[in-house]
Design a protein around this ligand. Sequence first.
Ligand code: SAM
Length: 268
Amino acid sequence: MTTENTITQYQGDVKIEITAKDSGFTPFNGHNKPKFYGRRKGRTIRKAKTTLLEAFLPKIKITPDSVFDKEKLFGVPVNEVALEIGFGDGQHLAGQALKNPNTGYIGAEVFQNGVANLLTLITGIKEGSNIPQDIKLIDNRVDNIRVFDDDIRLLFNQIPDNFLNKVYILFPDPWPKKRHAHRRFVNPDNLKEISRIMKKGGILRIATDHKIYKGWALRQVKENGNFVWTAKCGNDWKKEPADWVQTKYELKAIREGRRPVFLDFERI
Ligand SMILES: C[S@@+](CC[C@H](N)C(=O)[O-])C[C@H]1O[C@@H](n2cnc3c(N)ncnc32)[C@H](O)[C@@H]1O
C-alpha cells in the first residue's frame, strides 16, 4: 500500500516501508514513479514538430534501457559527456553541442513542446518546411545529442557512477512558496544522484534569476558535501560564463528586470 508519506514495497518476502523525511521530499528509489509538478504539454504541437517527434526523435532518444557507454551512446566518438536537465526550448543544449563536437550531450526534458523545439533547432525543419522522408541533422551538425523526453529522475538509476563531466540545471522552476519548496529540483535526493553520476573535477552549473533559489541552491549543494563553489569574486557568478549560451528563461528574466546568477560547483 502507498500513502502520501509512506511507500511500501516487497523485496521477495521482505516488506520494506519507506517513509518520507520531515523535509517533505518524496522518497524515490527508482521503482516508484516520482510526482512531476510541471507541464508535460502546452499549446497544440503543429504538423512539422509532430512529424519530428514521431519520425526523428526515436533516432536520438534515450530510454531507461539504453547502454550508458560513451563509445556507443552517440553517433560520433566523444571525449566527454554532459547532461542538461530541463533544457526547455533547447537553445543552450543545441548551442553547446554545436560548439563542442567532441562532447556528447544528454538532454532531459518533460515538456513535449520543448523537445519538439529542440528537434527543429538541430534539423533545421520548421513549420512550412518541406519534410523529407528521411529526416537528418542540419548539414553542419555533429550527431552528439541524445534526448530523454521524460523526468530525469526516471533515468538516474541507469546512469553509471562517474559518468558525466558536466551537469547543467538552468533556470529551474523556482517554486518560491515555502509550502512548495519540496518541489524544487535542487534538493538532497537529486544532488545525491547527481554527485554519484559525476566525475571528480566535473562541473555542476546551476543558473537562476530567483533570489530565494540562489540561496537555496548554494545551501543545498554545500550540504551535499561533494562539491565546492568555484567563484572567487562577484564577476564569477554575476556574469555569464565564457562558454555560455543564452536560454529562453534567461532572456525573459533580463527583459523583466531580474539579474541571473551562474553558480559553478566542482565535484570533489
Ligand atoms: C523554467 S524552465 C527552464 C528551461 C530552460 N532551462 C531555460 O533556461 O530556458 C524549467 C524546465 O525544466 C523542466 N523540468 C523540470 N523538472 C524536470 C525533470 N525532473 N526532468 C526533466 N525536465 C524537468 C521543465 O519541464 C521546464 O521545461
